[in-house]
Ligand binder design. Structure first.
Ligand code: PGA
Length: 250
């Protein structure tokens, strides 16, 4: 039985004062939720603040990206080891915004995935198709290509220490959620693709859904057999909404 995971992706939002308010509200709201793993992925400068507020409170935290390299002359880069210094347990890699706006290729995403594992952290590895890709019938190939790039670099067995997030690009921040059936179909496809290489890893792999998840639609999504939780953007910035989503995960 896979346990559920709900991760908030704050993206480039927040400041010291608003983070303080959000995190301190989340602590009592999420305290009764013991089965679901609840995570907040915050901007780098606020990792220390997040660690200070959340340590020992049963909520994990993470980063939204890392550099693929360990250290050296990479101005502006932040390594997985650096975020681990601040108690992070999770790092999002391959988010569609990184792929589309910052040029993260499948190869770079695979390198980042390896860097995160090497630092002892859990990658939340995102895959997903654009609307044009879905409409032109290549959704399956796109998802397979994104998954295969990581499995080719690290072996399917490396997914044992990871979470996969299916995030259809057309559903991110648009208010257009994939229906539970649409999402389930792709989650099953992802699990099947991993199972071709390693059945045991595929069975245990948490596959979470992201794209306009709200407290009001989370329970239906999370009830599907291959949907093991959610990656939450906009709704993770509102304490009651995020807590409602975590509760819907059980
Ligand atoms: P959204 O974003 O929940 O605001 O659609 C999800 C994500 O990008 O991770």
């Amino acid at each position: 039985m896979r346990s559920k995971l709900v991760a908030g992706n704050w993206k480039m939002n927040g400041n010291l004062a608003s983070n303080q308010a959000l995190l301190t509200s989340l602590v009592p709201l999420l305290a009764p939720i013991s089965v679901t793993r609840c995570v907040v992925c915050v901007p780098y400068p606020y990792l220390a603040q997040t660690e200070q507020i959340l340590r020992g409170k049963g909520i994990s935290w993470g980063a939204q990206d890392v550099c693929q390299y360990e250290h050296g002359a990479y101005t502006g880069g932040v390594s997985a080891g650096m975020v681990a210094d601040f108690g992070c347990r999770y790092v999002i890699v391959g988010h569609s915004e990184r792929r589309a706006l910052f040029g993260d290729t499948d190869e770079v995403v695979a390198q980042k995935f390896v860097a995160v594992l090497k630092a002892g952290l859990t990658p939340i590895f995102c895959v997903g198709e654009t609307l044009a890709e879905r409409e032109s019938g290549v959704m399956e190939q796109v998802i397979a290509r994104q998954l295969d790039a990581v499995m080719a670099k690290s072996g399917a067995v490396a997914l044992e220490g990871a979470v996969v997030a299916y995030e259809p690009v057309w559903a991110i921040g648009t208010g257009k959620t994939a229906s539970p059936e649409q999402a389930q179909a792709v989650h099953a496809l992802i699990r099947g693709r991993v199972a071709e290489q390693d059945m045991r890893v595929a069975d245990g792999l948490p596959i979470i859904y992201g794209g306009s998840v709200k407290a009001s639609n989370a329970a239906q999504l999370f009830a599907m057999p291959d949907i093991d939780g959610g990656l939450i953007g906009g709704a993770s910035l509102v304490a009651e909404e995020f807590a409602g989503i975590c509760k819907a995960a059980g």
